[in-house]
Each structure stands twice: as C-alpha cells, then as structure tokens.
Design a protein. Structure first.
Length: 772
C-alpha cells in the first residue's frame, strides 16, 4: 500500500466520549455569556466537538427553557435529527419524546413538555406557516449550517426577519468550516471586528467563537497515479488497511446506493476468503434510503475480533458521528442535484467534492486516536478541487421555495434576504400543500373529479420519496416479484394507490404482512399521517387542468419518449413498474438524469402515469432458412450481464444463437463460419412462459460497444423456414471513468405495430439500431 499512496499530515480535532472531555466543555461559560449578550452567536467547531449534543443541554441548564419556552436545534437530514435526539435523551436519562424529542416529516416524537427539540430545517419552516414568529422558541440553533442546504438558506433568511420583531430571540449558527464570517456578516452587516486575545470575532449584534479542542493527527494519503475505477480501488484499499494497519473501524465514502450495495457485497465475498483465524470484516451500508433500524446498525459495536467497514454516502460527512472510526477511504466524489430551468430537468450527477468536504471527511478519522485518510485521487487532482460546494439554492428548482415563502406572507420574493441571491416567481395556494407543485395542482383538481381521497393517498405515497419498498441484499428478483403483486398497467401512481389501500386494510395492523411483501412498514406508517397533513389545506377551490400537463411525452418508434414541450428524449427507468410495457403517450412524475450516459442508457427516472397502451407488440422475422442476424450498437462501453428474448410459443421461436462482440462487419456467411464469443441454447417457449433471461459469461462481456446476434435455428425441426423473435433485450451496466456504473435494460425491437423482415443467407444482416 505504501507504493500506492503518498503521505502528508494534517491535524483534525478529535474528542473523547465523556462530555466533560469534549472540546466544547472548556468553552461552556463563554458560550453561555455570548448567547445571553448577543442576538446571534456563530459557533465554529469540527464535527464531533460536542456542539450539537452539549450546547442545547448547556442552554437548558441555564434557564432558556423557563416559562414554557423550548430550544430548537435544526439538522439538514432526518437521520441526524433522530440519532442526535436519541443520544441527548440518553445523556439526560429521559425517554425520547419527553424533555428531548424530534420532529421529522410525518413523524413527531415530542410533547408539550419537550424542552429540547431536534428537527429538520424543513420542519421548522413548516412550523413558521402556523407560527410566523416561532414564538415557542427562546433559542433556535441552526446546526451544520456549512452544508448550505436549500432549507437552511431559506431558514436563515426567515430568522433574520424574525429577529427584527423578536429582539429577545437568540440565534445560534454552528458550522464546521471557515464560513463563519459569512454567516455573521449575513446577520450583522459590516459590524465585525477582531477581539484579539478572546478568540472571538464580531460586533454589537453577534460574535464568532471557535471551539479548539484536543488534537489528534490524521495522516492524509493520496494515490500516486489516478484510479480508473474507484469502487474497485476502494475495496482494495479496505483490505490493504485490514491486513496492514492496526485496529480501528473503516469509513468508506461513495456516491450512491448502488455503489454502496455493490461494495458491501464485494467486501463480504472477499472477506470469506480470509484465514479462519484472521480478524473478520463486517461491512455495513449507510444511506438515506435505509430504514431507521438498518441505519442504526452502524452505531452498534462490532462483534469480538471483527472490524466494522461502514460504506456511506456523504450522510456520514457531517450529520452523524460514528464512534471507533480510525480510517477513512474517500472516493472524492458525491452526487449533487442541479436544475436546468431551460429544460426543466433536474440532474443527479456524481461530481468531484470540494476541498471543504474533503476536510470534513478526513475529520471522521482520529476522533479518539491518530487516524488515516486515504484519498482515491492524486494530490495534483486534489489541488484542482473547488474550495467549497456550490450552495443548493443556486442549483435547484425554486418553485417549491417560492411558494413556501408566499405562504409565509413574503410577497416580494425578489427582495427577500437570501443568503445567496436567487431568482423567484410565485403560487401561494399550492405552497400550503407541502408537495411538489405539479402534485399540488392535481390535488386541487381532484375534488371536481370526485377522486380526492384517492389522489391524497397517491400524494402521500409519492411523498415517501422511494422508501416504499425494502430490498434485501442480493434478492432483487424477489423484490420485483412482490412489486408486481400490486402493479396495474395504468402506471406507478395507481400501483402506489394499491399498496396504500392494502396497507391500510391489512398491513397497518400486521407488520409481518409488510415483511412478507417486502414493504417498508415504518415508512408506510407515515403515509396515513401524510394524507391527513396534506388534506388539511385542500379545499373546493379547484381548477380543471391536470397538474402534469407539462410532463406529457409521446412514444417514439425506437421505444424512447419525447416530451411534448421541449422535445427532450427520455427513457423509462427500470425502477418503474411499467418499464416493460409500451405506451403511445405518457404523463410522467419526474425526470432525473443520473449521469452523462443516462439519457442514452435508459437511466433517466420516468414514473409512468395514466397512459394509453399499445395493442400490438413488435416482432422481428427472418425470411429464409430460419436465420436472423441482428447488430446492436451501444453508445459507450458496457458490461453485459444477461440476454433477454421475448418469443411467441410457436415452432418459429429461436432454438440457438451465436453472440459476437464488437463486430460491425458480419454478414450471414461470416457469422456462420466465425467462432462466437458465446453460444446460447434457447429454451423452447410454452404458453405463459415466453420471456427468457439467459445469463452471459461476464468475464467475456466487459468493454462491449456492440453485439451481433446470429439466430441459426428454430424449434420447427426444419418444417418452418421463418424464425420470429418478439424482441431482444440486454441487462448490464454502463461504465464511465470515475463514475458510478449505471444499470440499464436495452430492448431492440421493430417499429411499434410493424413486422420487419431480416434478409436471409443471401443478403446482409439487418441492423436494429437503438435511439440516440
């Protein structure tokens, strides 16, 4: 490993578990003085310094919860709000929901007696709709403000307005980076000066205090040469650490769920080959799509003689603190959303992280002892990274934000005091529904069509943001089978309605039913509450047009969809239950481009809604000697995992085929003589079983840019001269340098409703080309 990495050193604050030994402890009196004296206090301290768990307790002990008041502590993520509330409740020896509680979307574990309330930024904004001055709170602490989430920036602007009406309100902004002066200047203007010797910067309105604590060295190591595939390199680095370094758990930063699940599986498989007496490895995933119980596993101590390997998105960068981490493996990338107002498409792309984020990640190592951070990039690459991440408000669709501000009574959006300037427009009524604007429009229209209850249920399910289903590791087929139990051909929204109604009828009282159907019981428990919350503001003031009129698209001959507005080419995502069906027209819920290859690979998320299904399935047909030749190019390098063949249960179904890789020059004569990469026998179809998925030898199908299929024979035993194929598909992954592999399912077919004759042995093979 020494040959792969270069060594530099950096010092990152770390801390002991006992509260008295945390870096914040020595600043307790200074913090209380600043909060008492100044309206705004900016607290700068590395993640793990104790500011999140200890400062609210200091304030409660100092009397800031007297006269029925409470302290609000906002978090950018739900998992942070729940885990920190649990930790503080343990320290105060109370149950969550009593003196300490939390409030996240559709889940409120607080009471009238709650003194310290942890909640997401968005939930505090929702409270401001009912109580614009947030009069219940004496202190509002905006934690992890350096993450600059959309809700955080809006909340800071709202708090600045509230300060003018409530001079007794105290605002604490905590940050783990050096943006402190920017935060203070936002609240105080230019009234900033350095109080030399006190460790404080500020003026008459606010002050900055830095929490300097005990320092543990964190060695920063870089690659000597770039890694072509960081997932594989991350796995290799984990085993290098395990075999060559001392004790301590490992935290691996990757970009998304698929990368994480793949990495966890690879580590598990390779750990099985370790010597039986060697220390074991326990890989654990951590991302927002997991259930709360699954997320909690990462905080549990590892079994004896076992090292934990936590594979996480940037959720572990700052929002949660995991004890025992000594080694960090940083891929150097994160998925960020960016909205293009010209196309209306929000992209979710893996991009290089900023230097500030890299420092945050390194800071997870060495909290209790010296640690190491392995950055999977060269030092030269690191030097080119931006200093900070572009704030979310500058790369987001602002329609929901604008509506929320309108609902709060802020009429002049352009003059609203954003932390960073953003452009604006408005729609007050839909803001109160707390859902996407298009779904809000559907809700307002539903009552006139006598389907309000059904649409409320659908909106509640959509609001669960993809956490309806539970997929057990390595059991994708079972998950898909369970989804199909509830599927209807009208689309994903009505499938959600089926799930909701079944849950309310059966599953709400029977968690086992949810487990048997691979449904997320905890998430579905929130759906009825979501329905109730959403319906509170729904009235008879409706309008006729449907909410998704701007998301209409027509099917193209190659199986793609083209939007009516803008002419953007889309592909259905495999996660859509309607993925394998053909429709002439659709209305879709959302579009998200997953990476640069996605529009060509079928990786754009398109939730199919109410549509008209095509009656005729396309078919490919040979016209001589039972032979059929297909050439299928891809738009980049792919790994092909399996071949899918859709056939009718007749004698003309194919019996065998040859597969050739990266050959665009084949005709029937050369295909007959040339040795293929792989030969496949196709099972004889029977009624009701006309779809076959045939595995390919993955070792042979890396770096594939095209595939040629040569069907040599059919099941007619010479009696039928025509070979017919419904259509052919491939499953695999698109590969891109320093990017997450993207799963795809490609289907090559004729024009909808047509039959295509492929020339026989005397001619050149037909070419069925995918859409560009």
């Amino acid at each position: 490993m020494a040959s792969d990495f270069e060594l530099t050193s950096s010092f990152i604050p770390a801390l002991y578990k006992p509260a008295a030994l945390l870096p914040i402890a020595r600043h307790k009196q200074s913090l209380l003085y600043l909060v008492e004296t100044y309206p705004v206090t900016i607290v700068v301290g590395q993640t793990g310094s104790g500011k999140t768990t200890q400062l609210p307790q200091y304030l409660e002990q100092a009397g800031w919860c007297a006269d029925g008041k409470a302290i609000a502590v906002t978090q950018p993520r739900r998992v942070a709000a729940t885990t920190v509330a649990t930790r503080v409740a343990e320290e105060l020896r109370c149950k969550v929901g009593e003196d300490v509680g939390y409030s996240i979307r559709f889940e409120d574990l607080t009471s009238a007696a709650t003194k310290i309330k942890f909640l997401t930024d968005g939930m505090l904004l929702r409270e401001a709709l009912v109580d614009p001055l947030l009069s219940r709170y004496s202190v509002i602490m905006v934690d992890e403000a350096h993450e600059r989430s959309l809700s955080t920036d809006i909340l800071l602007g709202i708090l600045k307005k509230i300060m003018k009406r409530r001079p007794e309100l105290r605002i604490v902004v905590s940050s783990a980076t050096l943006q402190a002066e920017d935060f203070l200047r936002f609240f105080t203007g230019d009234d900033i000066h350095d109080n030399t010797g006190s460790g404080q910067i500020g003026g008459s309105v606010g002050r900055i205090i830095s929490l300097e604590g005990r320092m543990y060295p964190v060695d920063i190591l870089f690659l000597e040469s770039p890694a072509e595939e960081y997932v594989e390199r991350a796995v290799k680095t984990v085993f290098d650490i395990h075999l060559q370094e001392g004790d301590g758990d490992i935290l691996v930063f990757l970009t998304g769920r698929e990368e994480i699940d793949t990495t966890v599986q690879l580590i598990s498989e390779r750990a099985a080959d370790l010597h039986p007496k060697a220390q074991g490895l326990l890989p654990l995933p951590l991302y927002s799509g997991l259930t709360t119980d699954q997320q909690m596993y990462v905080f549990e101590p590892a079994p004896e003689n076992t090292r934990k390997v936590i594979v996480s998105t940037n959720i572990a960068e700052a929002s949660v603190t995991i004890d025992g981490i000594v080694y960090v493996v940083d891929c150097g990338f994160a998925k960020l959303r960016a909205y293009n107002p010209n196309t209306g498409i929000e992209t979710l792309t893996a991009v290089p992280i900023s230097k500030a984020a890299a420092v945050q990640r390194a800071g997870r190592a060495g909290r209790t002892k010296p640690g190491k951070c392995f950055r999977l990039c060269t030092q030269q690459t690191y030097e080119t990274l931006p200093e900070a991440t572009v704030p979310e408000i500058q790369r987001s669709n602002l329609a929901p934000v604008i509506m929320q501000l309108k609902a709060l009574g802020i009429d002049n959006i352009v003059r609203f005091d954003f932390f960073d300037a953003a452009s604006c427009g408005a729609c007050m009524r839909m803001a109160e529904l707390a859902v996407d604007p298009m779904m809000a429009k559907v809700l307002l229209s539903a009552q006139s069509f006598n389907c309000l209850n059904e649409v409320l249920s659908i909106a509640a399910m959509v609001s669960l943001q993809g956490s309806v289903w539970v997929q057990h590791e390595g059991d994708k087929k079972s998950a898909e089978s369970n989804r199909r139990k509830f599927a209807v051909e009208e689309g994903d929204h009505l499938t959600y309605l089926n799930v909701y109604q079944a849950f309310v009828t059966v599953g709400k009282k029977d968690p086992k039913w949810c487990r048997d159907n691979l449904l997320n019981y905890r998430s579905l428990q929130r759906a009825p509450r979501a329905t109730w919350e959403t319906s509170l503001s729904t009235s008879a003031d409706v309008s006729r047009p449907g909410g998704y009129f701007a998301h209409a698209a027509k099917m193209q001959p190659d199986g793609t969809f083209k939007t009516v507005s803008g002419g953007i080419t889309l592909h259905a995502h495999p996660s859509s239950l309607m993925f394998s069906l053909l429709y002439s027209q659709i209305q879709f819920d959302s579009i998200t481009t997953l990476n640069e290859a996605a529009p060509k690979s079928g990786a754009a998320i398109v939730q199919k809604a109410w549509t008209e299904r095509l009656n005729d399935q396309p078919e490919l047909e040979s016209d001589a000697d039972e032979q059929l030749l297909m050439y299928i190019p891809f738009t980049g390098q792919v790994k092909v995992h399996s071949l899918l063949i859709y056939t009718a249960p007749t004698a003309s179904a194919p019996k065998a085929l040859k597969l050739f890789k990266n050959r665009d020059d084949l005709d029937f004569a050369t295909a007959s003589e040339l040795a293929p990469i792989q030969t496949i026998e196709v099972p004889q179809p029977v009624p009701g079983a006309d779809v076959f998925e045939l595995p390919l030898n993955r070792a042979h199908w890396n770096a594939t840019t095209s595939i040629t299929l040569f069907f040599e024979d059919n099941w007619s035993d010479g009696e039928e001269d025509v070979t017919k194929v419904g259509y052919v598909g491939f499953k695999g992954q698109f590969m891109a340098l320093n990017r997450e592999p993207v799963n795809f399912l490609y289907e090559a077919a004729a024009n909808p409703g047509d039959h295509v004759a492929i020339q026989g042995v005397s001619g050149v093979g037909g070419r069925i080309m995918p859409g560009q």
